[in-house]
Unconditional design. Structure first.
Length: 381
């Protein structure tokens, strides 16, 4: 069935709801004497299920490129996120590997199993360098700078099959991760220079300290060496040729350090003994003060005014009576008199105390008077 173009356009306007659009029929132009004929287009018959195709709009022409750009941006963001997640995962695995290796240092079987396990988890590619960096950083943080750590690092280097060139690249990277911890940097340099000396020298590790000069680094490294030896002086094998070779000490240097250690030990022991002696003296003084308070009622009990009806005696009679009374109170034997001010002790002969211990007696050490002395009782000879 064929319909005129004008009628087809009217049908399209009705279907689209655009009643304001004016249809314009297209006629084939002719000459002055030619008749104008209408153009015809094919329209599918009713009931055929085929709908007429409407011309594309501006939105439909822009929509396709916009959707394409949106899909491209989404794919880019998804790729970036996937890459970030992958890096975080790899970094977490490396840190876990370093901690596990340090925990198993010295146990080569467990270290080998750890190495195999984490290489599989990290996936394809070469990860030896990053794994070694993570391991030695953790070792510098957790392990002391001693001979055992040096030997364990040597075994780890052999187990991980680190070549000299790989070590020269990895060691500075490990130090870059410890720039904010100078003490950890010092331990790493100390251990590396003795476990892998050639690689440590080639990597110029002492120049990697952010603020310290080479002279300062050298001084601190020497101090660390001497402290390490001092701490192992109690070991019978401390002066063995192998240990001195690992540390880089000569026999003369080791002997000098050992003498220094022994002198410091003797000084420390003397200081402890002095503290103990002072403690004992303080306890004795406290005990003397306590006894003085207990004997206080007895001291000077005969002093005071005599009764009004008492006969007047001469000085010699008074001294004899006082000596007799004092002897009765003291009992027989030599007595010990102690100064409560300074702890001075004297032992007057029995029956003759007041010949040398009169009322005007003064302590020969601190000058305290007689009242500061207490009678500690009879001394058994």
């Amino acid at each position: 069935m064929r319909l005129p173009l004008r009628q087809l356009q009217q049908m399209q306007r009705q279907q689209n709801g655009d009643e304001d659009r004016s249809g314009v029929g297209r006629l084939t132009p002719g000459g002055a004497g030619e008749s104008k004929q209408q153009q015809y287009v094919g329209v599918p018959p009713p009931g055929s299920g085929v709908q007429p195709v409407a011309p594309s709009s501006m939105i439909s022409r822009v929509r396709a490129p916009f959707i394409g750009l949106t899909l491209l941006a989404a794919a880019t963001v998804a790729g970036w996120q996937s890459k970030r997640v992958y890096k975080e995962r790899q970094q977490g695995l490396l840190e876990e590997f370093g901690a596990t290796m340090v925990a198993y240092l010295g146990e080569e079987r467990e270290m080998a199993s750890t190495l195999k396990l984490f290489r599989g988890q990290l996936g394809p590619g070469s990860h030896s360098g990053p794994m070694f960096v993570a391991f030695i950083k953790q070792m510098a943080v957790e392990r002391p700078a001693d001979i055992r750590t040096i030997l364990d690092l040597k075994r780890a280097v052999a187990l991980m099959q680190m070549t000299p060139n790989a070590l020269i690249e990895a060691l500075p990277l490990a130090m870059d991760g410890l720039q904010s911890q100078p003490s950890m940097l010092g331990k790493l340099v100390f251990v590396a220079e003795r476990a892998v000396p050639a690689a440590a020298t080639a990597a110029k590790l002492r120049s990697k300290f952010p603020t310290w000069s080479p002279e300062t680094v050298a001084t601190l490294q020497r101090a660390m060496l001497e402290n390490t030896y001092r701490e192992m002086c109690d070991d019978p094998d401390a002066d063995s040729a192998e240990n001195l070779s690992i540390l880089g000490l000569t026999e003369g240097e080791a002997s000098r350090l050992r003498e220094d250690v022994e002198e410091k030990k003797a000084a420390a022991a003397a200081a402890v003994a002095a503290v103990e002696a002072e403690k004992r003296e303080r306890e004795q003084l406290q005990d003397a003060v306590k006894k003085a308070s207990e004997y206080k009622p007895r001291i000077g009990k005969n002093q005071g005014a005599a009764p009004k009806d008492a006969p007047v005696a001469d000085d010699e009679d008074d001294e004899e009576e006082e000596e007799e009374e004092e002897a009765q109170d003291r009992g027989e034997g030599t007595h010990e008199y102690e100064c409560t001010k300074c702890g001075y002790i004297m032992f007057p002969a029995a029956g003759r105390e007041f010949k040398f211990y009169g009322d005007d007696f003064k302590c020969p050490t601190c000058g305290a008077d007689k009242g500061s002395f207490v009678d500690n009782g009879v001394v058994e000879v």
